[in-house]
Design a protein around this ligand. Sequence first.
Ligand code: PGA
Length: 257
Amino acid sequence: MNRKYRKVIIAGNWKMNMLPSKVKRYVEELRGAMPKFKTCNIVLCVPFPMIPNLRKATRDSRIAVGAQNVNEHEKGAYTGEVSISMLEDLNVKYVIVGHSERRQYFGETDFTVNAKVKSLLDAGIVPIICVGESLEQREFDLTMEHISYQIKAALHGLAPEQVRKCVVAYEPIWAIGTGRTATSEQAQEVCEHIRAIIRRGYGARVARSVSILYGGSMNSQNSAELLSMPDIDGGLIGGASLDPAEFARIIEATDQE
Ligand code: PGA
Protein backbone atom coordinates (compact mmCIF):
# COMPACT_ATOMS: atom_id res chain seq x y z
CA MET A 1 0.00 0.00 0.00
CA ASN A 2 1.04 3.54 -0.47
CA ARG A 3 -1.45 5.82 1.26
CA LYS A 4 0.44 8.93 0.27
CA TYR A 5 -0.44 8.64 -3.40
CA ARG A 6 -3.51 6.43 -3.64
CA LYS A 7 -6.67 5.17 -2.02
CA VAL A 8 -6.67 1.92 -0.10
CA ILE A 9 -9.80 -0.01 -1.09
CA ILE A 10 -11.33 -3.14 0.38
CA ALA A 11 -14.14 -4.32 -1.91
CA GLY A 12 -16.42 -7.26 -1.32
CA ASN A 13 -17.76 -9.23 -4.28
CA TRP A 14 -20.79 -11.21 -3.14
CA LYS A 15 -21.14 -12.86 -6.58
CA MET A 16 -24.51 -14.70 -6.80
CA ASN A 17 -24.91 -15.11 -3.05
CA MET A 18 -26.98 -13.61 -0.22
CA LEU A 19 -30.63 -12.43 -0.32
CA PRO A 20 -32.15 -8.94 -0.42
CA SER A 21 -33.86 -9.59 2.93
CA LYS A 22 -30.51 -10.38 4.58
CA VAL A 23 -28.68 -7.22 3.52
CA LYS A 24 -29.74 -5.03 6.46
CA ARG A 25 -28.55 -7.58 9.01
CA TYR A 26 -25.25 -8.06 7.21
CA VAL A 27 -24.55 -4.31 7.20
CA GLU A 28 -25.46 -3.98 10.88
CA GLU A 29 -23.05 -6.77 11.74
CA LEU A 30 -20.32 -5.33 9.55
CA ARG A 31 -20.71 -1.86 11.03
CA GLY A 32 -20.61 -3.34 14.53
CA ALA A 33 -17.41 -5.26 13.81
CA MET A 34 -15.57 -2.68 11.72
CA PRO A 35 -12.88 -0.44 13.20
CA LYS A 36 -14.43 2.94 14.03
CA PHE A 37 -11.58 5.08 12.77
CA LYS A 38 -11.00 5.69 9.09
CA THR A 39 -8.75 3.05 7.65
CA CYS A 40 -9.71 2.54 4.04
CA ASN A 41 -12.45 2.86 1.44
CA ILE A 42 -14.99 0.08 1.78
CA VAL A 43 -17.13 -1.10 -1.13
CA LEU A 44 -19.72 -3.87 -1.39
CA CYS A 45 -20.39 -5.12 -4.94
CA VAL A 46 -23.71 -6.90 -4.73
CA PRO A 47 -26.27 -8.47 -7.09
CA PHE A 48 -28.62 -5.89 -8.68
CA PRO A 49 -31.77 -6.71 -6.63
CA MET A 50 -29.87 -6.02 -3.39
CA ILE A 51 -28.70 -2.53 -4.34
CA PRO A 52 -31.74 -0.59 -2.98
CA ASN A 53 -31.55 -2.36 0.40
CA LEU A 54 -27.79 -1.93 0.57
CA ARG A 55 -28.14 1.72 -0.22
CA LYS A 56 -30.64 2.17 2.59
CA ALA A 57 -28.59 0.19 5.10
CA THR A 58 -25.35 2.00 4.34
CA ARG A 59 -26.74 5.52 4.47
CA ASP A 60 -24.61 7.60 6.90
CA SER A 61 -21.80 5.07 6.72
CA ARG A 62 -18.51 4.95 4.87
CA ILE A 63 -19.53 1.84 2.92
CA ALA A 64 -19.95 2.56 -0.80
CA VAL A 65 -22.41 0.67 -2.98
CA GLY A 66 -21.03 -1.28 -5.93
CA ALA A 67 -22.36 -3.55 -8.69
CA GLN A 68 -20.78 -6.58 -10.35
CA ASN A 69 -21.56 -5.82 -13.98
CA VAL A 70 -23.36 -3.33 -16.23
CA ASN A 71 -24.32 -3.01 -19.86
CA GLU A 72 -22.27 -0.53 -21.86
CA HIS A 73 -25.19 0.78 -23.96
CA GLU A 74 -27.11 3.82 -22.88
CA LYS A 75 -30.60 2.30 -23.13
CA GLY A 76 -32.88 0.38 -25.45
CA ALA A 77 -33.70 -3.13 -26.60
CA TYR A 78 -31.35 -5.20 -24.44
CA THR A 79 -33.69 -7.55 -22.61
CA GLY A 80 -32.43 -8.53 -19.20
CA GLU A 81 -29.68 -5.93 -19.05
CA VAL A 82 -29.03 -3.09 -16.61
CA SER A 83 -27.79 0.33 -17.76
CA ILE A 84 -25.28 2.69 -16.23
CA SER A 85 -27.88 5.42 -15.71
CA MET A 86 -30.01 2.96 -13.69
CA LEU A 87 -27.04 2.36 -11.39
CA GLU A 88 -26.23 6.05 -11.27
CA ASP A 89 -29.82 6.73 -10.22
CA LEU A 90 -29.30 4.31 -7.30
CA ASN A 91 -26.09 6.10 -6.27
CA VAL A 92 -23.81 3.21 -7.21
CA LYS A 93 -20.20 4.38 -6.98
CA TYR A 94 -18.20 1.38 -8.23
CA VAL A 95 -18.79 -1.37 -10.81
CA ILE A 96 -16.68 -4.50 -11.34
CA VAL A 97 -15.80 -4.88 -15.03
CA GLY A 98 -14.35 -7.92 -16.77
CA HIS A 99 -14.39 -10.34 -13.85
CA SER A 100 -12.97 -13.67 -15.03
CA GLU A 101 -16.28 -15.38 -14.32
CA ARG A 102 -18.02 -12.96 -16.68
CA ARG A 103 -15.31 -13.44 -19.29
CA GLN A 104 -15.56 -17.22 -18.96
CA TYR A 105 -19.33 -17.76 -18.71
CA PHE A 106 -20.91 -14.68 -20.27
CA GLY A 107 -18.73 -13.82 -23.22
CA GLU A 108 -17.22 -10.62 -21.82
CA THR A 109 -14.27 -9.62 -24.02
CA ASP A 110 -11.45 -7.10 -23.67
CA PHE A 111 -13.39 -4.92 -26.11
CA THR A 112 -16.63 -4.92 -24.14
CA VAL A 113 -14.55 -4.25 -21.02
CA ASN A 114 -13.12 -1.17 -22.73
CA ALA A 115 -16.58 0.06 -23.77
CA LYS A 116 -17.91 -0.41 -20.23
CA VAL A 117 -14.93 1.39 -18.68
CA LYS A 118 -15.44 4.40 -20.96
CA SER A 119 -19.19 4.63 -20.33
CA LEU A 120 -18.78 4.25 -16.57
CA LEU A 121 -16.16 7.00 -16.41
CA ASP A 122 -18.44 9.29 -18.41
CA ALA A 123 -21.08 8.72 -15.73
CA GLY A 124 -18.63 9.37 -12.88
CA ILE A 125 -18.72 5.76 -11.66
CA VAL A 126 -15.41 4.04 -10.81
CA PRO A 127 -14.73 0.87 -12.83
CA ILE A 128 -12.91 -1.91 -10.99
CA ILE A 129 -11.17 -3.54 -13.96
CA CYS A 130 -10.34 -7.20 -13.37
CA VAL A 131 -7.39 -8.87 -15.07
CA GLY A 132 -5.68 -12.18 -14.42
CA GLU A 133 -4.04 -15.19 -15.98
CA SER A 134 -5.15 -18.81 -16.07
CA LEU A 135 -3.03 -21.59 -14.61
CA GLU A 136 -1.95 -22.66 -18.12
CA GLN A 137 -0.83 -19.13 -18.95
CA ARG A 138 1.22 -18.99 -15.74
CA GLU A 139 2.79 -22.37 -16.43
CA PHE A 140 3.63 -21.33 -20.01
CA ASP A 141 5.27 -18.17 -18.64
CA LEU A 142 2.72 -15.98 -20.43
CA THR A 143 1.40 -14.11 -17.38
CA MET A 144 3.00 -10.75 -18.06
CA GLU A 145 2.09 -10.73 -21.78
CA HIS A 146 -1.49 -11.64 -20.99
CA ILE A 147 -1.82 -8.98 -18.29
CA SER A 148 -0.26 -6.33 -20.57
CA TYR A 149 -2.77 -7.17 -23.28
CA GLN A 150 -5.74 -7.01 -20.91
CA ILE A 151 -4.66 -3.70 -19.37
CA LYS A 152 -3.89 -2.06 -22.71
CA ALA A 153 -7.23 -3.16 -24.17
CA ALA A 154 -9.22 -2.09 -21.11
CA LEU A 155 -7.67 1.40 -21.06
CA HIS A 156 -7.52 1.94 -24.82
CA GLY A 157 -8.53 5.43 -25.91
CA LEU A 158 -8.74 6.89 -22.40
CA ALA A 159 -7.16 10.20 -21.46
CA PRO A 160 -4.60 10.12 -18.60
CA GLU A 161 -7.07 11.94 -16.32
CA GLN A 162 -9.59 9.14 -16.94
CA VAL A 163 -7.08 6.37 -16.27
CA ARG A 164 -6.33 8.03 -12.95
CA LYS A 165 -9.90 7.41 -11.86
CA CYS A 166 -9.82 3.67 -12.63
CA VAL A 167 -9.20 0.90 -10.14
CA VAL A 168 -7.50 -2.30 -11.32
CA ALA A 169 -7.91 -5.69 -9.64
CA TYR A 170 -5.32 -8.38 -10.29
CA GLU A 171 -7.10 -11.70 -9.87
CA PRO A 172 -5.18 -14.79 -10.98
CA ILE A 173 -7.90 -17.18 -12.16
CA TRP A 174 -6.25 -20.14 -10.45
CA ALA A 175 -6.56 -18.37 -7.10
CA ILE A 176 -10.26 -17.45 -7.30
CA GLY A 177 -12.45 -19.48 -4.99
CA THR A 178 -9.81 -22.21 -4.78
CA GLY A 179 -8.23 -21.42 -1.43
CA ARG A 180 -4.95 -21.18 -3.32
CA THR A 181 -3.83 -17.58 -2.81
CA ALA A 182 -0.99 -16.14 -4.85
CA THR A 183 2.05 -15.55 -2.65
CA SER A 184 2.58 -11.92 -1.77
CA GLU A 185 5.67 -11.94 -4.03
CA GLN A 186 3.71 -13.34 -7.00
CA ALA A 187 0.93 -10.80 -6.48
CA GLN A 188 3.37 -7.90 -6.00
CA GLU A 189 5.29 -8.86 -9.16
CA VAL A 190 2.17 -8.65 -11.32
CA CYS A 191 0.77 -5.53 -9.61
CA GLU A 192 4.12 -3.81 -10.14
CA HIS A 193 3.98 -4.86 -13.80
CA ILE A 194 0.46 -3.40 -14.14
CA ARG A 195 1.70 -0.09 -12.71
CA ALA A 196 4.66 -0.13 -15.12
CA ILE A 197 2.34 -0.58 -18.13
CA ILE A 198 0.21 2.33 -16.95
CA ARG A 199 3.36 4.41 -16.42
CA ARG A 200 4.53 3.70 -19.97
CA GLY A 201 1.17 4.61 -21.45
CA TYR A 202 0.05 7.50 -19.27
CA GLY A 203 3.01 8.77 -17.25
CA ALA A 204 4.36 8.43 -13.73
CA ARG A 205 1.88 10.77 -12.07
CA VAL A 206 -1.09 8.73 -13.32
CA ALA A 207 0.56 5.37 -12.57
CA ARG A 208 1.32 6.22 -8.98
CA SER A 209 -2.25 7.28 -8.28
CA VAL A 210 -4.10 4.21 -9.62
CA SER A 211 -5.18 1.83 -6.85
CA ILE A 212 -4.37 -1.78 -7.71
CA LEU A 213 -6.17 -4.47 -5.73
CA TYR A 214 -5.39 -8.15 -5.34
CA GLY A 215 -8.15 -10.75 -5.48
CA GLY A 216 -8.21 -14.54 -5.20
CA SER A 217 -8.81 -16.39 -1.91
CA MET A 218 -7.89 -13.33 0.13
CA ASN A 219 -8.94 -13.64 3.78
CA SER A 220 -8.08 -12.33 7.23
CA GLN A 221 -5.14 -14.74 7.48
CA ASN A 222 -3.27 -13.60 4.39
CA SER A 223 -4.50 -10.03 3.90
CA ALA A 224 -1.97 -8.21 6.10
CA GLU A 225 0.94 -9.74 4.23
CA LEU A 226 -0.53 -9.06 0.78
CA LEU A 227 -1.36 -5.49 1.78
CA SER A 228 2.17 -4.88 3.02
CA MET A 229 3.40 -5.08 -0.59
CA PRO A 230 4.20 -1.68 -2.13
CA ASP A 231 1.97 -2.06 -5.21
CA ILE A 232 -1.04 -3.79 -3.61
CA ASP A 233 -3.49 -1.12 -2.51
CA GLY A 234 -6.35 -3.27 -1.31
CA GLY A 235 -8.39 -6.34 -2.07
CA LEU A 236 -11.33 -7.64 -4.06
CA ILE A 237 -12.77 -10.28 -1.81
CA GLY A 238 -15.27 -12.97 -2.79
CA GLY A 239 -15.93 -15.82 -0.35
CA ALA A 240 -14.50 -14.08 2.70
CA SER A 241 -16.72 -11.01 2.20
CA LEU A 242 -19.89 -13.05 2.83
CA ASP A 243 -19.14 -13.20 6.55
CA PRO A 244 -19.29 -9.67 8.00
CA ALA A 245 -16.94 -10.48 10.90
CA GLU A 246 -14.34 -11.92 8.53
CA PHE A 247 -14.71 -8.99 6.13
CA ALA A 248 -14.26 -6.58 9.05
CA ARG A 249 -11.00 -8.33 9.99
CA ILE A 250 -9.69 -7.78 6.46
CA ILE A 251 -10.63 -4.09 6.73
CA GLU A 252 -8.73 -3.99 10.00
CA ALA A 253 -5.69 -5.49 8.31
CA THR A 254 -5.27 -2.30 6.27
CA ASP A 255 -4.10 -0.73 9.51
CA GLN A 256 -1.47 -3.28 10.30
CA GLU A 257 1.35 -2.04 8.22
P1 PGA B 1 -12.53 -15.27 -3.85
O1 PGA B 1 -13.07 -14.40 -5.09
O2 PGA B 1 -12.09 -14.27 -2.81
O3 PGA B 1 -13.72 -16.08 -3.40
O4 PGA B 1 -11.41 -16.10 -4.35
C1 PGA B 1 -12.48 -13.21 -5.48
C2 PGA B 1 -13.18 -12.67 -6.71
O5 PGA B 1 -13.51 -13.47 -7.60
O6 PGA B 1 -13.39 -11.46 -6.84
